[in-house]
Ligand binder design. Structure first.
Ligand SMILES: C[S@@+](CC[C@H](N)C(=O)[O-])C[C@H]1O[C@@H](n2cnc3c(N)ncnc32)[C@H](O)[C@@H]1O
Length: 214
């Protein structure tokens, strides 16, 4: 799997499903109390660290970015998929959404007060995670909080359709939270908390709270 190959496939896949994905998740947070709680805690951590702009990396249709704005967080989005940018701008006019990849994050050093990657790292293979976490650390201010959402489990699956039967070609990587935490520590983060979600579902989730070390 070359870097260009999986990134291009992921971009094309989310371009294809952008509109239907947005329709499916637009109101999802209303019925996700644990995610809302995680985002409220993340907002508190950002405020307690002095506030400032927060990057939502892999924001999809932007509903989480918009929710953070309602919590008083100066959030903006970066996503691989240009079609997702169009959908996010349509659904949330006035918010800032840009195209970019977490594998080559176009943010200045220490320029963001916080960083969120909700179920977007799931599409990055293991051998690219340290590069991504290096970018996250570089872009964050020292002491800045990081919030990750991941699928819990083992192994990788190739998803060939989704969100209403649209064709996709995207790898979905499941991970043990302990592995993600170890990668974070290696990249210069302190791991502060984790919460496991959907424990009775076939694919549980986890959110991890970390902080850039000084
Ligand atoms: C499963 S969706 C999650 C969207 C949103 N964060 C949510 O919680 O609903 C994955 C998103 O990550 C984006 N993505 C995948 N790989 C990415 C990368 N390398 N850099 C930035 N965004 C990426 C996709 O385009 C897609 O919008």
């Amino acid at each position: 799997m070359s870097d260009q190959g999986w990134l291009a496939d992921t971009r094309t896949s989310y371009d294809t499903v952008a509109v239907s994905y947005a329709d499916q998740v637009r109101d999802a947070l209303a019925v996700e109390p644990y995610l809302r709680g995680s985002l409220a805690l993340f907002a508190d951590l950002v405020h307690a660290a002095g506030g400032g702009s927060v990057a939502d990396v892999g924001y999809g249709p932007g509903h989480v970015t918009a929710h953070l704005r309602k919590l008083g967080v100066d959030a903006f989005g970066i996503d691989l998929s240009p079609a997702m940018v169009d959908v996010a701008r349509r659904d949330h006019p006035g918010l800032r959404f840009e195209v970019g990849s977490m594998t080559d994050l176009d943010l200045a050093d220490a320029s963001v007060a916080g960083l969120l990657a909700f179920w977007s790292l799931i599409h990055v293979p293991d051998d690219a995670v340290s590069r991504v976490f290096g970018h996250f650390r570089r872009a964050l201010r020292p002491g800045g909080p990081l919030l990750l959402g991941v699928h819990v489990g083992d192994g990788s699956r190739l998803k060939t359709q989704g969100y209403g039967g649209h064709p996709m070609r995207v790898y979905v990587h499941r991970r043990q939270p302990g592995q993600v935490a170890a990668w974070l520590r290696d990249a210069g983060f302190t791991v502060e908390a984790q919460m496991l979600l959907d424990l009775d579902e076939s694919v549980p989730g986890a959110v991890l709270f970390a902080r850039r070390q000084p």
